[in-house]
Unconditional design. Sequence first.
Length: 393
Amino acid sequence: MNHQTGGRFNNLLRGLMLLLVSLGLTYCRNPLAATPPPTLEIPLESKIGQLSASRTSLAGGETTDVRVAVVKVLGAADPFAYQWSTTGGLILAGQGTCCISYQAPETPGAFEVHLTVQYEAEFVQRSLTLQVSAPPTATPTPAPTDTPTPAGPTPEPTATPLPTDLPLPDAVAYFNRAQEYYFKRDYERTLADYTKAIELNYDPLSEAYYNRGYVQYVQQNYTPAIEDFSKAIELNYDPIALPYYNRANAHFYKGNNDQAIADYSKAIELEYDPLSLPYNSRGLAYRKKGEYDNAIPDYTKAIELKHEPLVWPYYNRGNAYADKGDYERAISDYGEAIRLDAANANAYYQRGLAYKLKGDFAAARADFQKVMELDQDTLRTDAEAQLQELTPP
């Protein structure tokens, strides 16, 4: 990437920081700091955990909590709709939420609790079987005996391991527990259980490698993530485009731009769904190499494929045009990004820089002033400095 001075250098540096924004990320103020992994498109099936209950064996009439773990944005509103039903017993409370209170029937037997989770037009179903025994009957209290209590020291109690720490019988049990740990964000135990599932030849083994690689990736351990994604590819993970795409992301954050481009290209060849993602991401890798004439067609293809959100490839293409010094096209793309997201302070800031470098100082001041209105932290100081520089003496 070419390095220039003054406002041009500031533009490029800011553009490097905002690579992260293009992937829907937050970022540190220091553009050279380690950055988090990109947000990946996770299938709905993978966002919804299995049902669990505080107790799965109940006496007639007893109650238990039944819940489902879901993956959603921390602090955001729950995007899922929940519909619970049961083959016996009552749902006392929690209908429409991710956790219900269930009361067992008086009749003994095995009863199922069913959950349908809806997200937009997609549905996922989960079930859990609860064992119900006959209600307890009153028993007479035994009379005290004359048997003396033996004298001697009271033995020290022995530690009883928690059920989640007990050895499990097979690879499937370890794999399932790893998924439960993942939904709880207990990554250390998640990795340990996926490793055990791999040692016990979980079938399909490619799935255990892929999942372990993804957890490593989330923790920014990119080298072991790449190794696991590679193993998943070797074992023909289905769909195989997915580990190619994620391995490309890991290479991207390690700075292995050529390897990232090769894997993004393979994901495109394999028709990764949605196809707009690897095009947009490959554009980012090309731009990091300074190959703007390769990056721009990829962003354009992502736009044609209706990338979601569409603001990303427009913003990214604007950055690439600005890098080339084509400020007219950069301003046009930043404008489209602003039209799609009127609160996008980053697009206003970058467009302000493009206007400034083009010599349209009035338009630049207007954009930097808009950044001051929209941004309370990240860009405010930079926008203020730009306004001071543009203020006539």
